[in-house]
Design a protein around this ligand. Structure first.
Ligand SMILES: Cc1ncc(COP(=O)(O)O)c(C=O)c1O
Length: 468
């Protein structure tokens, strides 16, 4: 007979075993997973996590760019519990709504830039991106341009994991040959990675070249065929790519000239990571036509995403009256998730967390920059609470170590053994802690990371790699 698992409190080892025997994780690498299984996390408070064996970690990853107000908050728990007791679910299809969903839509309209006053709730970031692409098609068709459907994105972008959002994104390593992607109607431009710009080009010249590449694509494909441009203001999981000065604004101006809708994918950058509710206008001077968001919207307490779009788009879509926008999800406008988002936004306002993210974030980058003196570190970059360290074998040529060396994973493993979580991504170690992080915690992150990098560098040198 199978034991009733819910009744017995399983030992850490059996949790590990249940997971290893039954779960297919996002981005599973089968070999290492079958050998090593997973780290079981049991508890979280503020910026700290505890594993099932009681070890504490300072979480510099912020869950996954998302635990903005910090973990384990009683006020979040109470708001969620109160909504569960009052109304745990009610669908929002066609013409039904609920209190938290209506309130949250109004709040997002108030916080979003320009006339982005309309909100379509989704289950997360991928489904918000899917819906944004569909809305490009719908809007352009309503405007009498049914062929203006192509989407322009950038290499090294990540926009989600559904069929459509993964086809729009194009991060190295994600495109496995076993899967299929939408091959037509999506174009990818050069990522605005100033660190890896062509030799001898200034940052301004690089920016000119990127804008010219977009204009050349429009000439080639035809403005009458390109309906939307999608960009993360700072490319997140593609490498914390800081665009050159003026880049985003100039790309937006190109879009304006050709009636191409500008979609800002702010799944990572919204809700305080850069010290603002939304980064597009506050950091880059761009009022997009649509913003996709998720993650920090509920501070990761519950799954929720949103597509926020302009009155202009609404009016074009609504003008013909009896028309159906047949897109949405059972959990669109989920009352408990929306109540969590409202509470999270209230906490960010009441506790001045945007200001904290700006102040501590500037201090973080400043301290982290000191690591550029280490032989393995090519560049430290990012903005406020969205930062990374790029590892290289040769600082002059910027040549990375061979892929199999996995130095960033080894650095994150070493940091983990020292009680700190940092995310390995290609040749980067990425950090995006909760907005409640303090300067003392930032000091700890930087000190532990430095020790971890030094330890791995010594190992690599002993193994015969040339570093420096
Ligand atoms: C910029 C961006 N867009 C979309 C997504 C997908 O969001 P989700 O995982 O909630 O579907 C992510 C996830 O990391 C992201 O970073």
């Amino acid at each position: 007979m199978t034991a009733p698992m819910a009744l017995a409190r399983p030992s850490p080892n059996s949790l590990w075993e249940m997971d290893r025997s039954h779960v297919l994780h996002p981005w599973t690498n089968f070999g290492p997973f079958e050998r090593e299984g997973s780290l079981v996390i049991e508890r979280g408070e503020g910026c700290y996590l505890w594993d099932a064996e009681g070890r504490r970690y300072l979480d510099a990853v912020g869950g996954m760019w998302c635990t903005n107000v910090g973990l384990g908050r009683k006020d979040m728990a109470q708001a969620i519990a109160a909504q569960v007791e009052k109304l745990a679910f009610s669908n929002t299809f066609v013409d039904v709504t609920n209190d938290p969903s209506a309130r949250l839509a109004a709040k997002l309209a108030q916080l979003a830039p320009g006339d982005l006053n309309r909100v379509h709730f989704t289950t997360g970031g991928s489904t918000a991106v899917d819906t944004a692409v569909r809305m490009v098609w719908f809007y352009q068709s309503c405007m009498g341009r049914p062929d203006k459907t192509d989407i322009v994105a950038r290499d090294h972008s990540y926009h989600g994991s559904t069929y459509l959002s993964q086809s729009v994104g194009k991060r190295p390593g994600d495109r496995v040959e076993e899967f299929r992607y939408k091959e037509t109607g999506i174009h990818h431009l050069t990522p605005p990675n100033t660190y890896r710009r062509p030799e001898g080009m200034s940052e301004n010249q690089f920016c000119d070249a990127l804008v010219a590449e977009f204009e050349a694509l429009i000439d080639r494909v035809g403005a009458d065929r390109i309906g939307g441009f999608i960009a993360e203001p700072i490319q997140a999981s593609g490498g914390v790519i800081m665009p050159p000065q003026g880049y985003l604004r100039r790309m937006w101006e190109v879009c304006q000239r050709h009636d191409i809708l500008f979609i800002a994918d702010e799944v990572v950058t919204a809700f305080g990571r850069l010290g603002h509710w939304f980064a597009s206008e506050a950091e880059f001077g761009v009022v997009p036509d649509m913003i996709t968001c998720a993650k920090g919207l509920t501070s990761g307490y519950l799954p929720l995403g949103a597509l926020i779009f302009s009155d202009r788009i609404w009016e074009a879509m609504a003008q013909k009256g009896e028309r159906w926008f047949t897109s949405g999800f059972t959990y669109s406008g989920h009352p408990v998730a929306c109540a969590a988002a409202l509470k999270s936004i209230e906490i960010i306002e009441d506790e001045g967390l945007l200001e904290n993210a700006a102040r501590v974030g500037d201090y973080f980058l400043d301290r982290l920059k000191g690591l550029e003196a280490l032989p393995l570190v090519g560049q430290v970059r990012g903005r406020r609470l969205m930062v990374c360290v790029e590892n290289v074998a040769n600082k002059l040529t910027k040549e990375p170590l061979p892929d199999g060396v996995n130095e960033s994973k080894r650095i994150s493993d070493a940091a983990e053994a020292m009680g700190m979580m940092v995310r390995p991504l290609g040749h980067l170690n990425v950090m995006s802690p909760a907005l409640v992080i303090t300067e003392a915690q930032v000091d700890e992150v930087v000190e532990v990371l430095e020790r971890a990098i030094r330890q791995v560098t010594d190992e690599l040198v002993r193994e015969g790699h040339r570093i420096g």
